[in-house]
Design a protein around this ligand. Structure first.
Ligand SMILES: *Cc1c(COP(=O)(O)O)cnc(C)c1O
Length: 398
């Protein structure tokens, strides 16, 4: 990514991000506008946050009412919208209880704490470890960056948190390792690795992994922070793999852009969470959980999952056509649902820049040579066609 503006004048904001040279001031549906009034097609969706697009009417209406009623309330009181959202999530999955927090890293941090507490209290294991996988991404807190098996994320922050072990994603050796690993208390994995290059887990591998976890009493924890809430065409991606995880984490799309995260678990596991074990001031506050309820209600009312699956099929077909047309530029098209990676034979950032500057289309990368395409799930055919035409043009002239 680019950081062209901060050179001359120091920003009062820390330089944690390489930012695109663009100031977004307004959004609606699949489009955003910059401070000069220029309109862009947004296929980044706030990094998989805006499943319903920018400022979706149904959620906006509910939030405006909530702004007139109650913004925040401590978790020392009952919060009805929190109960309601938790009930919706558990009724749609095999999990029984939910804990709300504010971000993806916090959701994974909570899952890690839950796994340790469960191992200690129920299994009598004091020093077990958690297995995560190569190219994973689980967040930026100390425990979650340790869980993230990528040197570039961990560099400079040593000493890391003890109690993690890394195995190779999608590899049969990982299964063999796990079979003989008696210290493992949990595995944490993404069903599609997002930041790591849009790499879907292979069905056969997941089935075997789940079986070994079950046989050895290892908790199966899935990080659905990016894949969850419909991104892959089902509410959670694991639901397409025929597995039943013990713990599921989520965040990005849950609040339609209002910050919220959560981890949920089966009751055998969640029961170790008792007063005093975990907490968060803002976690699950009325505004955030109201946004979550409105988001899930809109999913149901507007058949968003079905629409996403159909749009994904259409977009994927179009991208495969482009791959055939430009074999010298596109090496691979992969992903699940509307979490799509297009592997390029040259730096993907060149495509990102050309799409933005020449066609007013916004997409992301995932690593050096992968374009990450994340339209809002409500995307329609004309927008997909517009995007494909722009990409075709950029590849033609590359
Ligand atoms: C984005 C992401 C996270 C971190 O979420 P934050 O809200 O940025 O803390 C964790 N895991 C996955 C898979 C993600 O995509």
């Amino acid at each position: 990514m680019l950081n062209t503006e901060s050179v001359q004048k120091m920003s009062p904001v820390m330089s944690a991000y390489g930012r695109f040279p663009l100031k977004i001031v307004k959004g609606k549906g699949c489009y955003v506008w910059d401070d000069t009034g220029k309109k862009y097609l947004d296929f980044t969706a706030g990094i998989a946050v805006l499943a319903l697009g920018h400022v979706p009417d149904a959620v906006e209406e509910v939030l405006k009412k909530q702004l007139d009623t109650l913004w925040h309330c401590s978790n020392l009181f009952h919060i009805p919208s929190q109960e309601k959202l938790a009930g919706m999530l558990t009724s749609l999955t095999d999990c029984d209880q939910v804990f709300f927090c504010n971000s993806g890293a916090e959701a994974n941090e909570g899952a890690i704490k839950l796994a340790r507490l469960y191992a200690r209290k129920i299994k009598g294991k004091k020093d077990g470890h958690i297995v995560t996988f190569s190219h994973s991404f689980h967040g930026r807190t100390m425990a979650t960056l340790t869980a993230t098996a990528q040197k570039k994320i961990q560099d400079g922050f040593e000493p890391l948190v003890p109690g993690f072990k890394y195995l190779t994603y999608n590899s049969p050796e990982a299964i063999r390792e796990l079979e003989k690993d008696d210290g493992c208390i949990a595995v944490l994995l993404e069903m599609v690795q997002g930041e790591g290059g849009v790499i879907p887990a292979e069905q056969g591998w997941v089935t075997e992994l789940s079986k070994v976890c079950h046989e050895k009493g290892i908790l199966l924890m899935v990080d659905e922070v990016q894949t969850g809430i419909g991104r892959t065409g089902t509410l959670f991606a694991y639901q397409q793999y025929g597995i039943s995880p013990d713990v599921v984490t989520m965040a990005k799309a849950l609040g339609s852009g209002i910050p919220i995260g959560a981890f949920m678990a089966k009751k055998e596991v969640s029961r170790v969470i008792i007063p005093g074990t975990h907490g968060s001031t803002f976690g699950g506050n009325p505004l955030a959980t109201t946004a979550g309820v409105a988001t899930l209600e809109t999913f149901k009312k507007e058949h968003v999952l079905e629409h996403c699956a159909q749009s994904a099929k259409y977009l994927n077909g179009k991208l495969l056509e482009l791959k055939n047309k430009h074999p010298e530029a596109i090496a691979d098209v992969r992903g699940k649902g509307l979490l799509i990676g297009v592997e390029t034979t040259f730096p993907a950032i060149n495509v990102v820049t050309a799409l933005r500057e020449q066609h007013q289309v916004l997409v992301l990368t995932a690593g050096d040579k992968v374009l990450r395409i994340l339209p809002p799930l409500i995307v329609e055919k004309p927008e997909i066609d517009g995007f494909i035409q722009a990409l075709d043009d950029v590849l033609k002239n590359h």
